[in-house]
Write a protein of this length. Sequence first.
Length: 170
Amino acid sequence: MGCGVARVFRVRRATTLAAMQSTADTGPAELGEARISTDHTTELTRAECLELLASQHLGRLAVVLGPETPIIRPVNYLYDRPSQSVVFRTAPGSKLHALRRATRAAFEIDGIEAGLAWSVIVAGVTAEVSRPSEIARLNALNLRPWAPGPKPHWIGIAAWTVSGRRISLA
C-alpha cells in the first residue's frame, strides 16, 4: 500500500498527461482482472471499462470543494489512451477552482443497451494540462464543449482506479 501512496504523490506532482501515464499504467487493476458475477450483475474488467470510456463522450465529474461540499457537473470528454486519462475542457469558474484545489476527482458514465445497464467510475489524480505540445495534441482531437463560450483549460483525470459493472434489466 505504501507503494501506491508514492505513485499517487508522483502523479499529483505531474504537470503533463504523459507524466500522469507513467503511473496510471501500473494501477491496482494489475492485481488481477477478477470478474464477479451474480444473477443480475457482472463486474467489468479494466479493459472493458476503458473501452466504454472511449466509446462515450458525456459523463459526470465529481470533485469536493471545501470540507464536505461535493460538486457534480456534466462534462463532455475524451478518453485519452496515450495518457490513460479522462480529459475535458473547462472555463474559469467553480469547477476549475475545485479541480485546482483538489488532489483527486471521480468521473462516471453509464448507459443502457439491449436489456443491459452499465456504469463505469474512474477515480484518480487531477492535473491541468499546461505543456504547449500536450495542449496542441489535445486540441487536434477536436473535443467541442457543449456549453457556449471559450474553454481554454484542459484537465486530465488519471485513470488510476477504474471499476464498472453491467446489470441485467428485469
